[in-house]
Design a protein around this ligand. Structure first.
Ligand code: ADP
Ligand code: MG
Length: 256
């Protein structure tokens, strides 16, 4: 993370598929160092939002900016390099890839220019490799897998595999981390653990988190701000307490 933390501004984003408006002029701002949840019933446009932010889908109109940097229409790898990292579910990894190797994949995007921006001088490739390894170890500790660096990631329990994915995104040194339903399919214990790591990402690393999430308990506990979508429209926004008591939100969830 370099420089002053920047806000992620989503402005009037519309996404149309043949005959269907998946997002309709949606705007919200992810404040620096905050957890911003995007919630809504099935089909509301949550995954579409995630895909626009990460560059997988192109907005039909509207814009996405990180600080003064225009991200609209950029390819996923460019958006990642500019500081908005996402987790990858089902990324094809050889089953024997260790936790350390899996995390190291997140470092490959970081060029020497990235290190220069971070204020580090790099006299040699060996030194660069060592810095990457040190950082991987730090991040493994941060996600609570410091003792499991040499284990094959694929043999870990599901909750820990998800933490490896989160760690791999952190290895890209993002300003904003995009998480799509990070606790889906997890046990209560795993949910608590991932929620604690997400809170640490915000509070300890100062990284903003955009959380697309179904689990309202996790959203209410973690989020600083919530954007509520329904049928592709932003129907409410505010603190968790504000949106929870918003009649439009209650109605959307009851489906009446
Ligand atoms: P959510 O994640 O909130 O359940 P989605 O963003 O996945 O909702 O979907 C919003 C709407 O857009 C749905 O009606 C869905 O069927 C449609 N949609 C999403 N992706 C595509 C696509 N690639 N092609 C056509 N329609 C899509
Ligand atoms: Mg979805």
């Amino acid at each position: 993370v370099t420089g002053t933390p920047a806000a992620l501004a989503v402005r009037e984003v519309t996404v149309r598929f043949a005959g269907l408006t998946a997002l309709d002029a949606v705007s919200f701002t992810v404040e620096p160092g905050s957890v911003h949840a995007v919630i809504g019933p099935n089909g509301a446009g949550k995954s579409t939002t995630f895909n626009v932010l990460s560059g997988v889908y192109r907005a039909t109109s509207g814009s996405v900016r990180l600080g003064t940097t225009e991200l609209t229409g950029l390819a996923p790898h460019r958006i990642a390099a500019l500081g908005v990292a996402r987790t990858f579910q089902n990324l094809a990894l050889p089953p024997y890839a260790t936790v350390a190797e899996s995390l190291m994949l997140g470092r490959h995007r970081l060029t020497r220019a990235g290190f220069v921006a971070a204020g580090l001088r790099l006299p040699s490739a060996a030194r660069e490799a060592r810095l990457h390894r040190d950082r991987v170890r730090e991040i493994a500790g941060f996600i609570g897998l410091g003792e499991e660096l040499e284990k094959p990631a694929g043999t870990l329990p599901y909750g820990k595999q998800k933490l490896v994915e989160l760690g791999r995104a952190l290895c890209m040194e993002p300003q904003v981390l995009l998480l799509d339903e990070p606790v889906a399919g997890m046990t209560a214990d795993e949910r608590r653990r991932v929620a604690a790591v997400v809170a640490d990402v915000r509070d300890g690393l100062g990284i903003s988190v955009v959380l697309v999430e179904h689990d309202m308990g996790v959203v209410m506990r973690l989020a600083d701000a919530v954007t509520v979508l329904d049928f592709g429209r932003r129907i409410a926004g505010g603190t968790p307490a504000e949106v929870q008591n918003d009649p439009a939100v209650v109605q959307a969830y009851l489906g009446t």
